[in-house]
Design a protein around this ligand. Structure first.
Ligand SMILES: [Zn+2]
Length: 498
């Protein structure tokens, strides 16, 4: 029998689902809350899928992982690369479980592509390609029976069709999990539901406005996940169950294009005012062809299929990157190619993160940027949009601190410091995204020695890995940043480890 089951839900947080639980719409969540402990789970800096899921699976801050966001930026070569499993320099906690002989099943875990060997099975998750995505490799053939798709965002349809594709993919995560659990024995099992994140990004405004057509999309997905979870929980019986998220969700209030601001201040220079791709977009817009339509064309599933025959994975990711954010503006990969590095002192290559390129009076320049960014305001209200701006050494610890962005912006809730570039500094359209990440996500735990019906405070994303190792009686590695959440257990377990 499985000892620990983790259901990961990307972008889950209590702030908006609690009302549905109270109304009895999510009975599985309600039951789990009554029979376990629950509360907020504080994510990492910066609270994005990448690196957050890796902070969860390693129990470490990004300074020990060597990757800080979706992208790694090399200040010397000015190269940008997408962070994949190999970019994160640490074991996952299931590697430790495996060393102790425990068998692990991991389904749809973000940032595990390309797959590494584990003691058990691994189906990788976003970002990943639709081939060579499992360990052992032959598992992929088995998954064909289910028409299983990893489902890279660039390969999704738009609108209602995307909704049914996502629903189908989520269904299959649960089906395949049930299949694996019925077929073999696992000591630890985990499945992540990733695309609920996209649904919440896209359908937040209709939810706020009680839109007749799309107002219930997010709630419908949650009810669907609740029902699927019930079936999986029946299958695993009375084991430890954890529900965790990588970050929470909230309304998006405004998008501040940090690179446009840097450009206006004279800190960032482009070779052309409007790089080629931007001029094409602008021209086509003038003659009435929308950006959304163009991006839809270049990222249509059929074209993506065709592309895969001709180009490398990295290039597909480059195209996919344009729609990772759902934005139709010039993404960071195109921007990088157009920067005049000789004249540029600072650049934002990942949301909320700033790299400083000047070595001239680095400290003074950094302090000046902090003061200027801290003072930024929403032009509609005059209110400040930044909680604080932190230096990397105040945020991260570890051997890879030197690779971290120099400044990390902590915005007020709902503001997005975007890395793309377009004419306007601000975007208040709330299109296509109207929902955005927030720091606090979801934690829930239930099991034989866990308290019942208790709300807990202060759990952090780093604490889950050591807590699960503790349940297995395994000593906690000293380099983990998290600690065992002892307060969730009814009977305090004796452990030599920490
Ligand atoms: Zn996420």
């Amino acid at each position: 029998m499985v000892k620990v089951l983790v259901i990961g839900i990307d972008g889950a947080s209590w702030n908006f689902i609690y009302k549905w639980i109270e109304k009895g719409k999510l009975p599985t969540f309600k039951k789990l809350m009554e029979n376990g402990v629950w509360g907020d789970l504080e994510s990492c800096v910066y609270y994005f899928t990448s690196p957050a899921w890796k902070c969860y699976s390693t129990g470490k801050n990004p300074g020990k992982l060597g990757a800080f966001s979706y992208w790694s930026f090399d200040k010397n070569t000015k190269e940008l690369s997408l962070n994949l499993s190999t970019s994160f320099k640490s074991r996952d906690f299931w590697d430790i479980l495996g060393n102790y002989g425990y068998k692990c099943g991991i389904v749809n875990m973000p940032l595990t592509y390309p797959p590494k060997k584990i003691n058990g099975v691994l189906i990788t998750g976003f970002p990943a390609l639709e081939h060579k995505y499992t360990y052992p490799p032959e598992l992929e053939k088995e998954l064909k029976r289910y028409n299983y798709r990893v489902g890279h965002i660039g390969g999704l349809s738009e609108g209602d069709r995307a909704l049914s594709e996502i629903r189908d993919m989520i269904k299959k995560r649960f089906l395949v999990s049930a299949h694996l659990l019925e077929k073999s024995h696992f000591d630890f099992f985990q499945v992540v539901i990733f695309y609920i994140d996209k649904i919440q990004h896209d359908y937040w405004k209709p939810m706020e406005e009680n839109d007749q057509l799309y107002g219930s999309v997010i709630q419908d997905f949650w009810e669907f996940i609740d029902r699927e979870m019930a079936k999986l929980l029946d299958l695993v019986g009375d084991c430890y169950v954890f529900i965790v998220s990588d970050h929470g969700f909230n309304a998006l209030r405004g998008v501040f294009r940090l690179n446009v601001w840097l450009k206006e201040k004279g800190y960032l220079h482009l070779k052309r005012t409007y790089p080629k791709i931007e001029s094409i977009f602008s021209f086509l817009e003038k003659i009435g062809v929308s950006r959304r339509f163009i991006v839809k064309m270049i990222t249509s599933p059929n074209l993506m299929k065709l592309l895969r025959f001709f180009v490398s994975g990295q290039l597909i990711f480059k195209v996919g990157e344009k729609v990772i954010s759902g934005e139709t503006e010039m993404g960071i990969t195109s921007l990088i190619e157009n920067v005049d590095w000789e004249k540029t002192n600072a650049i934002c290559v990942a949301e909320n993160c700033l790299y400083i390129l000047t070595s001239n009076d680095y400290r003074r320049y950094r302090d000046r940027l902090i003061e200027e960014i801290k003072d930024l305001r929403d032009p509609r209200t005059g209110e400040k949009i930044v909680k604080n701006v932190r230096k990397r050494e105040d945020v991260y610890r570890g051997d890879y601190l030197h690779l971290a962005p120099d400044l990390i912006i902590n915005p007020e809730d709902g503001y997005r410091f975007y890395d793309g570039i377009r004419k306007d500094l601000w975007d208040f359209s709330r299109k296509p995204w109207s929902g955005y990440h927030r720091l606090h996500g979801m934690f829930l735990a239930k099991g034989p020695t866990i308290k019942k019906g208790v709300r807990i405070d202060g759990a952090r994303i780093y604490d889950v890995a050591p807590t699960i190792l503790h349940i297995f009686g395994i000593p906690i590695p000293e380099d983990m940043d998290g600690h065992v959440l002892r307060e969730i257990f009814e009977v305090k377990k004796e452990s030599k480890s920490d």
